[in-house]
Design a protein around this ligand. Structure first.
Ligand code: SF4
Ligand code: SF4
Length: 163
């Protein structure tokens, strides 16, 4: 299995492990709070960008064009919080969900406390006890595996390589 697919699989396994004891876990497709409150533009390794491009290419041309325009209109370092330019803000759905970056797969289940990267909604529920016994994954370990997957660039920078 390619390393990125293996990483996806490992994250999915961890997610399933958490979910089996937490049927009310709120992190699922259609919950878009994190997509609307990005601290920075999504950062992707080359392997993640290659996968994301496949998801983008499967969208209707008009939709692809609209996304490209939104990305192009972003400053290189937009002020946070940032709404992901890929998000369908009407439905709250990610149009490239199956091809989304690793950070989007791990955000609700892995934590980088020193960078403040974790979901506030989930943290609140862990704190109030309604999501007890949650074992967060360690995002630093994921980053180490992503570092082997080619250059890392922002979503905007990857789009610009296609111009
Ligand atoms: S990380 Fe938080 S905001 Fe994002 S999908 Fe999961 S629960 Fe929803
Ligand atoms: S790529 Fe999809 S899941 Fe990730 S932040 Fe953007 S809309 Fe959300």
């Amino acid at each position: 299995m390619p390393p990125l697919s293996q990483l996806h699989q490992d994250i999915d396994d961890h997610v399933q492990y958490i979910r089996q004891d937490q049927p009310d876990w709120l992190c699922t497709k259609g919950c878009d709070t994190c997509c609307r409150q990005l601290a920075d533009l999504p950062q992707l390794s080359a392997a993640e960008w290659f996968l994301l491009r496949q998801g983008l290419a499967a969208l209707p041309c008009e939709h692809q064009h609209s996304i490209r325009n939104k990305v192009a209109a972003l400053p290189d370092q937009p002020p946070s919080p940032i709404t992901c330019p890929l998000l369908d803000t009407t439905t709250g759905a990610c149009p490239v969900y199956a091809h989304r970056p690793v950070a989007c797969r791990s955000y609700g289940f892995y934590v980088q406390r020193d960078k403040g990267l974790y979901c506030e909604d989930i943290k609140l529920r862990v704190t109030d006890g309604s999501l007890a016994n949650v074992v967060w994954g360690n995002h630093d370990a994921i980053d180490q595996r992503l570092a082997t997957q080619g250059d890392t660039r922002s979503l905007k920078a990857w789009f610009e390589t296609e111009d």
